[in-house]
Structure formats: structure tokens, C-alpha cells
Write a protein that binds this ligand. Structure first.
Ligand code: CA
Length: 222
């Protein structure tokens, strides 16, 4: 899952980046409101973490512009501002969640995972697609009740596909959502990893390749 991290406090941004990356998020970090507004308009993120006090443009204005332009990604506002008036402004601008500093880093991760699965249409943190079961909070995968050990990279790919079970996910889209802006669409890393995941799942049919279209977990939605 790809997260846009908008935070101008360099030390906090570094700590958040490390924590999010460690939890399997692909992180794009921005410290300026104008750049944040642009990146959110032009690139696809699964979720955004947005500070309110930012140079260039404040967070509420950034969010307002995203929503006015129809950008639907879930947005968690992360700020030191704890007054009701600030929360009201953020939710009125289109925020999905609001967390005040200081906060427990794991709480941020739990909230982000909940936002990501909700926006993909899942109510439970345990996602099922055919024989595959993914516990999104624990990062655990089972096939027909048998635990499957995946590397962090493999888990990122399978997690994206299971969140979007029933959709044909193109190679480019998959690359953009499991890697940060440094992803090279010419590389064959996705295909290599899909091959490894299939072997570990034990049934190559659990991830299908649709020629010229992409990858599919579960049955294609009508
Ligand atoms: Ca700030």
C-alpha cells in the first residue's frame, strides 16, 4: 500500500517514514503543502497522512483541493492541534480520521490499515479471497488454514491483490502501489515476485495472469 506522508517536521517525518516502511507501506514523503497538493492530484495513493501546519499551503486547504478535484483516497490528519474547531475544519474538508500528537506509532498503523481496507470495501481486518486468508493487522497469510511464510515484499504484493480481489490489477498499477515513486515500470521484479508467491501458496491458480491485462485473485467481479 502506498502512503503519501505530508509532514514538515523533519525528525518526525523520518521516524514516521521508518515506522510505515517497516510495516510494509511504500512511503512518499513531502514536507510542503503545495507539493503535497500536486502529488495527491497527480498520483494514486492508497492513503495519506496529512499534517495541518505546513509551509506553502496549510493541510486543510490541501485536503479541500483534493476533494474538490474528486480525489477519493482516505486521509488521516495527524496534527498537534487538538481543539474541536480544528477537527471540525478537517472533517468538513474531507478528512476520514484525525489523530493528535503525541500518539502511539502502532495506533497510526492500525488506523491506516483500517482506512485502507475500508476504502477497498472490506469491513473485517481478516480478508478472504477463495482459499487465501489475509490477516491485515498481523500480516499473516494462510491457504486453506495452512500458514504461508512470505517475505515483506511478497506480502506487500499479495496484500494489495487480496484487498482488490475480483479486480484485474495491471502490472503497472501493482508496481505503483507496492513501491514508492522510485518504481521502474520496465523492471520484471513484479513477475519474479508473483512467481515466488504462487509457489509458496502451493496453487498457481490462486493468482491468475490475464494476458495483456494483469493479475487476478478471486473471481473477476461482473
Ligand atoms: Ca507542521
Amino acid at each position: 500500500m502506498r502512503v503519501l506522508l505530508v509532514e514538515d517536521d523533519e525528525r518526525l517525518a523520518q521516524a514516521l517514514h521508518a515506522s510505515l516502511a517497516g510495516a510494509g507501506f511504500a512511503v512518499d514523503r513531502v514536507a510542503d503543502g503545495v507539493e503535497a497538493e500536486f502529488r495527491g492530484q497527480t498520483e494514486d495513493f492508497d492513503v495519506a497522512v496529512l499534517d495541518l501546519g505546513l509551509p506553502g499551503m496549510d493541510g486543510v486547504s490541501v485536503l479541500q483541493r483534493w476533494r474538490e478535484a474528486g480525489r477519493a483516497m482516505p486521509v488521516l490528519v495527524l496534527t498537534a492541534r487538538s481543539r474541536f474547531h480544528d477537527k471540525l475544519a478537517a472533517f468538513n474538508a474531507g478528512a476520514d480520521d484525525y489523530l493528535t500528537k503525541p500518539f502511539h506509532p502502532d495506533e497510526l498503523l492500525l488506523r491506516l490499515r483500517a482506512l485502507v481496507r475500508r476504502s477497498a470495501g472490506h469491513a473485517s481486518p481478516v480478508l478472504r479471497a477463495g482459499a487465501i486468508e489475509l490477516d491485515a493487522n498481523a500480516g499473516r497469510v494462510q491457504v486453506d488454514g495452512r500458514p504461508v511464510e512470505l517475505t515483506a515484499q511478497e506480502l506487500r504484493i499479495l496484500s494489495y491483490l487480496v484487498h482488490h480481489a475480483g479486480e484485474v490489477v495491471s502490472r503497472t498499477r501493482l508496481g505503483e502501489h507496492v513501491y514508492d515513486a522510485g518504481y521502474d515500470p520496465e523492471s520484471n521484479v513484479i513477475d519474479v515476485l508473483i512467481g515466488r508467491i504462487r509457489r509458496k501458496l502451493g496453487d498457481p491458480g490462486l493468482i491468475r495472469t490475464l494476458r495483456g491485462r494483469g493479475f487476478l485473485v478471486g473471481d473477476e467481479a461482473a
